[in-house]
Design a protein around this ligand. Structure first.
Ligand code: DGL
Length: 272
C-alpha cells in the first residue's frame, strides 16, 4: 500500500518574496498542504547580520515544527546563505530542511555547459560568499563572480517592475564589470523571478537566467518521494495557510504578484 503523509510543508522567507517558491511548489506538488511564514516584521533580512538572521530563522523553524511540518523549505537566499546549518540543527531529526542554494548549485554545476557564472543577491547573501564557495568546491575550473543588488528588493516591492526606473536600475547593476562575459546568471534572491524577463532582455536572451523556484520545487519533490513523505491525492484541495509576523494591506495586495493567486494573509506573532 502506498503511504500518505498529510502533514504540511513549512516554507519561510523574510517576507512575501518566498511566495515565488511556494507558487512553484504548489504547481509541482499539488496534493501538498503548505504553511508559509513571511517574517514581514523583520523585513528586509538582506542587510542584517548573520547572528540576527540566524536568530529569526531559528525561531521560525521551531514554530513550523510546532505546526507539525514534515519538511522545512528555507525560501530565502539570505537565510539559506547565513543560517542553513543552524536551521538543520534546530530541525534536528524531526524534519529535513531544503534550502534554495544547494539545489541551484547542483543544477548549474551538473549542466556542464557554463564556465563563467554570475550571481546576484542581497548584501548578506553576496557577502557570505556561500554561492561562490559552494560552486567552486568540486569545480575549481569555474569562474564565479557575484554582485550585491540591494535596490532590487525595494524596487520590486514598490511595484517598479517593467518601466524606465526598473530598467535603469537593472542595467546599472548588470553592467558591472564583475558580470562581464558570464554565460549564466543565478537569481540569488526569491524576489527576483518577478523581474526575470527584464533581466533576460537586458542580455538579449544570450545569458541563461537561472530562477531557483522550480529547481527547488523539483528538489523538494525528489526528497519527499525518496523518504516516503508524499501526500497522496484525496479529492480535496489542500488548505494552505499564509502567515505573516506583521500584517499590512500593502503585504496583502503585493502577495498576489508573487503567488499569482489571491491569498489571505494571517498575522501571528511568534516573536513575543
Ligand atoms: N527574499 C529574500 C532572499 O531571497 C530577500 C529579501 C530580504 O532582504 O529580506 O534573499
Amino acid at each position: 500500500m502506498i503511504q500518505s503523509d498529510e502533514r504540511p510543508i513549512g516554507i519561510f522567507d523574510s517576507g512575501v518574496g518566498g511566495l515565488t517558491v511556494a507558487n512553484a511548489i504548489r504547481q509541482v506538488l499539488p496534493n501538498e498542504r503548505l504553511i508559509y511564514f513571511g517574517d514581514t516584521i523583520h523585513l528586509p533580512y538582506g542587510d542584517k547580520s548573520k547572528e540576527t538572521i540566524t536568530g529569526y530563522s531559528t525561531r521560525i523553524t521551531r514554530y513550523l515544527l510546532e505546526q507539525d511540518c514534515k519538511i522545512i523549505v528555507v525560501a530565502c537566499n539570505t537565510a539559506s546563505a547565513n543560517a542553513y546549518e543552524t536551521i538543520i540543527g534546530e530541525a534536528d531529526n524531526k524534519a529535513s530542511v531544503v534550502d534554495v542554494i544547494d539545489p541551484v548549485v547542483k543544477y548549474v554545476t551538473s549542466q556542464n555547459k557554463y564556465k563563467r557564472i554570475g550571481v546576484i543577491g542581497t548584501k548578506s547573501t553576496i557577502n557570505s560568499g556561500t554561492y561562490v564557495s559552494k560552486i567552486i568546491a568540486g569545480n575549481p575550473h569555474l569562474s564565479v563572480t557575484s554582485v550585491a543588488t540591494p535596490m532590487l528588493v525595494p524596487m520590486i516591492e514598490e511595484g517598479f517592475i517593467f518601466d524606465d526606473i526598473s530598467n535603469a536600475i537593472i542595467r546599472s547593476y548588470l553592467s558591472k564589470p564583475e558580470l562581464d562575459n558570464i554565460e549564466a546568471l543565478i537569481l540569488g534572491c526569491t524576489h527576483y523571478p518577478i523581474i526575470k524577463n527584464q533581466i533576460k532582455k537586458f542580455y538579449n536572451f544570450q545569458v541563461d537566467v537561472i530562477d531557483s523556484s522550480l529547481i527547488v520545487a523539483n528538489a523538494l519533490h525528489a526528497i519527499l518521494e525518496m523518504n516516503n513523505l508524499m501526500n497522496q491525492p484525496s479529492g480535496n484541495q489542500p488548505q494552505h495557510r499564509f502567515l505573516v509576523s506583521d500584517f499590512t494591506e500593502y503585504f496583502q495586495a503585493v502577495s498576489k504578484l508573487f503567488f499569482e493567486e489571491d491569498i489571505v494573509l494571517e498575522k501571528v506573532n511568534i516573536f513575543e
